[in-house]
Design a protein around this ligand. Sequence first.
Ligand SMILES: Nc1ncnc2c1ncn2[C@@H]1O[C@H](COP(=O)(O)OP(=O)(O)O)[C@@H](O)[C@H]1O
Ligand SMILES: [Mg+2]
Length: 394
Amino acid sequence: MPQTMNIAIEVSDRELAGSITEILKSLNDVKVHKWYGSMGEKGDLSVKSSPNIIITADDPATDEIFRRLPKIRHVFPQAAVFVVSTEKDPKHIVEVMKAGATEYLVTPLDGKVLTNSIEEVRAKLTETGHIAKGAVYSFISSKGGLGSSVLSVNTAATLAATIKNGNAVALCDISFQSGDTSVLLDILPETTIVDICRNFHRLDVSLLKGAMVKHKSGLELLAAPVSPEDYEMIKEGHIEKIIGLLTKLYDRIIVDCPSMSITGSTIEAFRVSSKVFVVIDLSLPAIRNAVRITQMIRKLGICDEKIEFILNRYEKNATLSIEDAEKNLGKQIFWLFPNDFSDIMSSINEGVPVVQLHPRSLISKNIMSFTQKLRNKLESKDYRGARTAFGKSI
Ligand SMILES: Nc1ncnc2c1ncn2[C@@H]1O[C@H](COP(=O)(O)OP(=O)(O)O)[C@@H](O)[C@H]1O
Ligand SMILES: [Mg+2]
């Protein structure tokens, strides 16, 4: 039974929009929503329906598409984005694809090409109705040791337990100098990301799949190199390509980035991320560095709307308040993870994610709610991990 496809057409040229609609009529089980404004800005459309495919137009005379695509990707991370354009220049096409397009279609539209592309997306739709094309969540600590590895491992393990459809969750460790995720998962990886980089010229889905190590929780790990010198094998463009390929295979990709220092690989991971979670605590150095990371991301031309601050080891009696932190950050903190030293320590020592080892602990319940929020399944929208003594969301 084919899945019904929700297709949103965001094309202001009514003639072009009309010709697309005409082509779509030849397909079964397709619902078309026309949208003449810029939905990337507001995301209103997500309220009415959640599109599987967004068809948007490129005006090659302006570079508007490069601003619009990251916004659309941010609001609709699960949707495939088709860009329709008059421009045939391969350089421009590559740039548009890099900016997040799933397909690039040149006008006048070839009906067969468009319908084939739609059927390809339909084939990848999972039972849950979204495309098995991964949303990428990167985690970076604004200061060493704030919890990026602990939080990425546990988020990945929780997602793997909740999303039940084959290739659900990949964890990609690009914190090459420390590579803690395999330790946290008690995995001695036989293959690592370096094996892929060594054979980069023949990188394809099967080579990548072969390098993934399956963990008991269901997540699949692409481990960091075992010896730190090996990371010299990782060259410019490798990470972007590898994560790009992971998005074709997995529903969610969690990337554990090295703390604080932003490397070329980190930037590549950020570019393909739907969200970048910057881990902070309530201390001035952490907040100052979080601001610095944000400024750097902005300078690199990466959409800063995808940055979310997450506060780890939260305790109610901290000297710095959440309000003070938010004033400096210029943005509301997305989530608060409680301090839970003993449960986290025993999980690290046993090499079992805390969500598996102590599923009823405060930190595990909190991480489960966090992943629900990522999946838009949290009932209370203003809840972000902590409540006041009277049970109100903080
Ligand atoms: N929520 C938490 N409560 C208590 N301790 C934590 C928590 N999160 C992390 N830790 C501690 O912080 C240490 C560093 O975490 P880690 O994830 O390795 O940081 P990073 O990857 O940012 O360098 C861990 O060894 C653990 O002891
Ligand atoms: Mg780490």
